[in-house]
Write a new protein. Structure first.
Length: 239
């Protein structure tokens, strides 16, 4: 199984350290090098691969400095080739690469950016969603359409409910406030809002989440039940 460690970078971004059973080391979306290198050094680790979900600076900004420190492979979305420097492995929906003795696959999830991907480890049941989905929220539509984002959500919700979801930002408290406004009577949202408030008061992360929890409390995945959304029925995007 793959072990995941969360590394806070920049203001509210998360990078992730992945460790496979075979000792392989990966880093997802290093928006900043310093905290990632410091953490790796403290554990006496060197990265074998950097995974990238999309081309935004707060997800790739740390790569050059990391590469200067220790050269490793970079795997990212084939559709963002040219927007991300020196990728060694181009990923798309036909990819079946291995990391840590596991085969991983890729969901193409346009919406936030045109070429955005989510990286999926089915055996360990992990999904790295970048800025497609957040805990109780979703990414802003910078390059894609609401329809594309909706189709991207469909790909995510087709995965097993116990898939653990790791997103690119800690936006959960304001997202939870928004979900509560949309569905004020939803008991699961109310309970989760309290839980999130507690965690954030102690500066603790709210990531990872699970697909089950998101289906229950993320209004963007619940928009099919939009009859109870009242005045928010027409909202299509936010993040
Ligand atoms: Zn982004």
């Amino acid at each position: 199984m793959i072990t995941v460690t969360l590394i806070p970078v920049l203001n509210d971004n998360y990078a992730y350290l992945l460790q496979g059973d075979n000792g392989e080391v990966g880093v997802v979306d290093p928006g900043e090098a310093g905290p990632v290198i410091d953490y790796l050094k403290s554990k006496d680790l060197k990265p074998d691969i950097i995974f990238v979900t999309h081309h935004h600076g707060d997800h790739i900004g740390g790569i050059p400095e990391m590469q200067e420190w220790h050269r490793c492979k970079v795997a990212g979305p084939s559709k963002e080739m040219g927007r991300i420097d020196s990728m060694d492995i181009l990923l798309d929906e036909f990819s079946a690469e291995t990391f840590g003795d596991e085969t991983y696959d890729v969901l193409e999830t346009p919406g936030h950016t045109k070429g955005h991907i989510c990286i999926h480890f089915p055996e360990s049941k992990l999904l790295f969603v970048g800025d497609t989905l957040f805990v109780m929220g979703c990414g802003r539509l910078f390059e894609g359409t609401a329809e594309q984002m909706w189709e991207s959500f469909d790909k995510i919700t087709a995965l097993p409910d116990d898939t653990k979801i790791y997103c690119g930002h800690e936006y959960t408290l304001s997202n939870a406030e928004f979900c509560l406004k949309v569905e004020p009577e939803n008991e699961k949202i109310k309970a989760r809002y309290d839980e999130v408030k507690g965690l954030r008061a102690q500066h603790k992360p709210t990531v990872p989440t699970s697909l089950r929890e998101e289906k229950d409390t993320n209004v963007f995945l619940r928009a099919k039940n939009a009859e109870q959304f009242g005045e928010f029925r027409l909202i299509k995007d936010r993040g």
